[in-house]
Design a protein around this ligand. Structure first.
Ligand code: ADP
Ligand code: ADP
Ligand code: ZN
Length: 217
């Protein structure tokens, strides 16, 4: 099954994608994580990505698509994948449709995690991430261990450089302008599944699982 996850920054895409990927046994591909790794490693991709990410802007479509195309061409994606944070523009969605179409595949489910803007501002300003394993935390609702230690791998968690208030507001604006139109794109194709993304994390996961099961029946 090929799934893409849509949602405003902070909607819980990463959190839910990790759980869903384990449940469905398909790889979780986060373009944000790929860019952050490239930045950490200081590669050319990392330099290009950092210039855009730190200003709250999207990384150019051709660069982003090139990365995704390479990744979903790998063996482990043969039986499906979970794209978290891609596509984010209409052009990316069209490039993905035509790439999958070449091999008779398609996006089976576009999962839209719905959370109001006001709530995501609070979530993102409290977000902490593990630089080592990518686990996600929140200062209040989902804290790491005492002293900011990752529960998965014991590394020290950090605040992301693009999670400061001004950048967050800019990213939400970018979402409304460039990403939100994808909801009707996938709705026209009959693959949109919208889930209420507020409330506790396991409750949301359960709602997603029952929608995914219902959709594949
Ligand atoms: P996204 O990938 O959509 O940007 P994340 O999964 O990184 O979102 O979640 C953003 C922040 O909100 C993280 O700090 C995460 O721990 C927290 N979070 C995720 N789901 C919920 C929820 N249901 N309620 C409260 N906080 C949440
Ligand atoms: P969030 O969902 O919290 O905004 P992500 O980790 O998905 O965070 O993305 C972080 C940043 O990486 C984005 O603000 C954007 O600059 C860049 N990025 C991620 N995915 C894409 C994409 N599909 N197209 C362009 N830029 C992207
Ligand atoms: Zn960790």
């Amino acid at each position: 099954m090929n799934i893409v996850i849509l949602g405003v920054p902070g909607a819980g895409k990463g959190t839910q994608a990790k759980m869903l990927s384990e449940r469905l046994k398909i790889p979780h591909i986060s373009t944000g994580d790929i860019f952050r790794n490239a930045i950490k490693e200081g590669t050319e991709l990392g330099k290009t990505a950092a210039d855009h990410i730190e200003q709250g802007k999207l990384v150019p479509d051709d660069v982003t698509f090139g990365i995704v195309k390479g990744r979903i061409g790998e063996k482990d994606c043969k039986n499906g994948f979970l794209l978290d944070g891609f596509p984010r523009t209409m052009i990316q969605a069209e490039m993905l449709d035509s790439l999958l179409g070449e091999t008779g595949r398609k996006v089976d489910i576009a999962l839209n995690i719905d959370v109001p803007d006001a709530e995501v501002i609070d979530r993102i300003s409290g977000r902490l991430v593990c630089p080592s394993c990518g686990a996600n935390y929140h200062k209040k609702s989902n804290p790491p261990l005492e002293g900011g230690i990752c529960r998965e791998c014991s590394a020290r968690v950090l605040q992301r450089k693009d999670d400061f208030y001004e950048t967050v507001v800019k990213r939400i604006e970018t979402y409304h302008l460039q990403t939100k139109p994808l909801i009707s794109h996938y709705s026209d194709k009959g693959v949109i599944v919208t889930v209420n993304g507020t409330g506790d994390i396991t409750g949301i996961h359960d709602r997603i699982m029952s929608e995914v099961r219902g959709h594949t029946r």
